[in-house]
Design a protein around this ligand. Structure first.
Ligand code: GLN
Length: 261
């Protein structure tokens, strides 16, 4: 009898392994807990959400992710990859979550699930301090730098034709900083990037560049999880809800707001 039970258990386990491999290689919440680590992917070129301070990756998204790992009783493992590789990393199971100042938009929702939003953002325009560009309408005959694969790239490229303002030419960079360097060297006329990082670029290059007042979009950042992983999504949402409720999220944002000013 005992032997039969054992055979049945082995058969069931084999069947589960086959079906798990067949449908996806993403990890369940219990896989994460059993492995002792939460694999978070980000693109650490986006101060103050994720950036390098010395050798260490720090930022608002890192602090939030640490809380999520802590709530699951596991270590946080960060991998720093290109922004446009983040969603593929989730889909292939290389990442359990993505925390990257990522805007929860309809197109991405087809490939991943998003947590509740944790930050309101917009696309800002950075120009040289002495530029004669005063608003988005002036970009119509200008060359604009964006970070590849971001909502700023989508807005400026305007593939679906719904952007209110248009630009003459778009240059795509893998890092926002490279676009800002080209702006300061006079190789492009403006950079379109998220407002909080835009503010940081201006703070870090005082006197050389400025942010215009008009924002181009309204967006919300959320944490992405593999599509259909509701256990992971609920775990992330409950940590976010707690952090909002206790005021900890606001404190973290405020800490990074003043860190460099
Ligand atoms: N919020 C923008 C997006 O989701 C940019 C994010 C980033 O560059 N890290 O596309």
């Amino acid at each position: 009898m005992k032997k039969l039970v054992r055979i049945a258990a082995i058969a069931a386990a084999a069947l589960m392994a086959v079906s798990a491999a067949g449908c996806s290689s993403t990890r369940s919440l219990s896989d994460v807990k059993n492995s002792g680590k939460l694999m978070m992917s980000t693109n650490a070129e986006f101060e103050p959400f994720e950036y390098k301070d010395g050798g260490e990756i720090v930022g608002i998204d890192i602090d939030i992710s640490k809380k999520i790992a802590e709530s699951l009783g596991v270590e946080l493992e960060i991998s720093d990859i290109a922004f446009d590789s983040l969603i593929p990393a989730l889909q292939s199971g290389k990442a359990d979550i993505v925390a990257a100042g990522m805007t929860a938009d309809a197109e991405r929702r087809e490939s991943v699930d998003f947590s509740d939003p944790y930050f309101n953002a917009s696309q800002a325009i950075i120009v040289a301090a002495d530029s004669d560009i005063t608003g988005p309408a002036d970009l119509a005959d200008k060359t604009v730098g964006v970070q590849l694969g971001t909502t700023g790239d989508q807005y400026c490229t305007n593939e679906d034709g719904d952007s209110e303002y248009t630009v003459a030419e778009v240059r795509r960079y893998s890092k926002g900083m490279e676009a800002v360097s080209d702006l300061m060297a006079g190789r492009i006329d403006a950079v379109v990037i998220d407002n909080f990082p835009a503010q940081k670029f201006v703070e870090n290059n005082e006197g050389a560049i400025k942010v215009l007042d008009t924002a181009l979009t309204e967006e919300e950042y959320a944490i992405a999880v593999p599509k259909g992983n509701t256990e992971m999504l609920d775990a992330v949402n409950s940590v976010l809800a707690e952090m909002k409720e206790s005021g900890e999220l606001d404190e973290i944002v405020a800490k990074y707001e003043s860190a460099l000013s």
